[in-house]
Design a binder for this molecule. Structure first.
Ligand SMILES: [Zn+2]
Length: 428
């Protein structure tokens, strides 16, 4: 049985898994109105006669299960459907939901999340529980599905979504684009953006890369993302071949607090084009391997996303003529040491999930392992990790096992001290 995460107890339904989402959406920028139809192909994981779909701030009009209209109830967080016939584990069923409303971010302990209206367009920033603000879903990090998203918006706005663009058309004054995402993807890594976008191709061998930006930011965006081909080359050396179908870097005309990764995509604010943010570009690009391809069973292991992506920042720095990982580690060890020693990396609790110590202590953990086993063994290990778990789910237990199999008791004890105890170990 798959438990719903204790970190997001009000999200997700463990009784079924979604295998594919087909979303057909129309978004009108002028009035901030979203109309959608979501077709979900699912499979029962437990015996069930009712299911729950997360949906926040949008109103469902009709719900069909396997083609037949069914009774449903909607509250502030979800749709609750009664199935026409009970399902046994392994049985497949489809859900078809028509819905509409004025999408807006939902409030959470991690700030406002989800579909957000901008000064001139809209974006999605969903991690961890913002996806239900734009489509009905089983909002769990461990339920990975494929997606087909058709998004229409008024010209001259250009709709964009995660995935490979497969079709483009017009519906009256609306421009419609369809994207297919075949990599297994959790709801929080699916994104849609609407803006007055231009697209610039970026030449990277073997990677379909592009920069999507408002026309007036073309120059500064091109400068900021000039290191992207070298970044991808460095991370391919560290983590193995680029694991996504696309590498789309999106820049909005609005200022954003933080950049955010999506599957094969990352989102940056107009304020992130300054060269001082190069490390954040490296961080989001690294997530394509760690977090997006190698994914989480449960939010409690968020350090496997953020610690690894933070360490990738240090590796990029080291390999592009900046400070070494050793130097970064020394600085951040001292900073973490000055903070309260009350965080367990392998289970920081929902409040501290995005605490900076999760990022930095996570990166320090990897650096401690590197200093213990040496560069050659460490980098071979890192590459085996991202290759063996490509587009699969992991937890800290998988890392414990990999460390114990690849190395030995000394390294297992070191990992335990770094991730399972609150006191900060010294750097080896
Ligand atoms: Zn991150």
């Amino acid at each position: 049985m798959t438990p719903v995460s204790a970190y997001t107890p009000d999200s997700g339904d463990p009784t079924f898994d979604v295998e594919s989402y087909d979303l057909d959406l129309t978004y009108r920028v002028r009035t901030n109105r979203l109309e959608g139809r979501a077709l979900l192909n699912a499979v029962a994981a437990l015996p069930t006669d009712r299911v729950r779909l997360d949906l926040v701030g949008l109103r469902a009009a009709t719900v069909r299960v396997d083609g037949d209209a069914v009774a449903f109830r909607q509250d502030a967080r979800a749709l609750h459907l009664t199935l026409p016939t009970p399902l046994a584990p392994g049985e497949r069923f489809s859900m078809d939901v028509s819905y509409a409303g004025s999408p807006r971010p939902r409030r959470s302990r991690w700030g406002t999340l989800g579909w957000e209206e901008l000064a001139d367009g809209a974006l999605v920033a969903a991690q961890p529980i913002g996806a239900p603000t734009w489509f009905p879903c089983n909002d769990r990090p461990d339920d990975r599905a494929t997606y087909r998203v058709t998004l229409a918006s008024e010209s001259p706005y250009r709709p964009l979504a995660t995935g490979v663009p497969v079709a483009e058309g017009r519906r009256g004054r609306l421009v419609s684009r369809t994207f297919e995402l075949s990599a297994p993807t959790p709801t929080y890594l699916v994104a849609a953006h609407v803006g007055r976008f231009d697209t610039t191709r970026i030449e990277i061998p073997g990677v379909a890369a592009e920069l999507v930006h408002p026309p007036h930011l073309a120059g500064s965006a091109a400068r900021a993302f000039a290191p992207l081909p070298r970044m991808i080359a460095v991370f391919e050396d560290v983590f193995g071949p680029y694991p996504q179908e696309r590498c789309t870097m999106v820049v909005t005309s609005d200022v954003l607090e933080i950049p955010l990764e999506a599957q094969g995509m990352a989102l940056f604010g107009a304020n992130h084009l300054d060269l001082s943010f190069e490390r954040l570009i490296a961080h989001e690009v690294a997530h394509q391997w760690v977090g997006n391809s190698v994914g989480l069973h449960d939010w409690s292991d968020i350090w496997l996303n953020e610690g690894f992506a933070c360490y990738a920042e240090w590796l990029w720095s080291e390999r592009s003529g900046g400070s070494t990982a050793d130097a970064h580690a020394a600085v951040h060890w001292a900073r973490v040491a000055a903070e309260p020693a009350d965080l367990i990396l392998s289970d920081p609790g929902p409040v501290a999930m995005f605490d900076d110590r999760v990022y930095k202590r996570g990166a320090l953990t990897l650096h401690a392992l590197r200093r213990t086993v040496g560069d050659e063994a460490f980098f071979a290990f890192l590459r085996r990790w991202t290759t063996a778990h490509r587009h699969q789910l992991v937890g800290s237990d998988d890392l414990r096992l990999a460390v114990s199999e690849s190395f030995g008791e000394r390294e297992s004890a070191l990992l335990h001290r770094w991730i399972d105890t609150a006191a900060l170990p010294p750097l080896p």
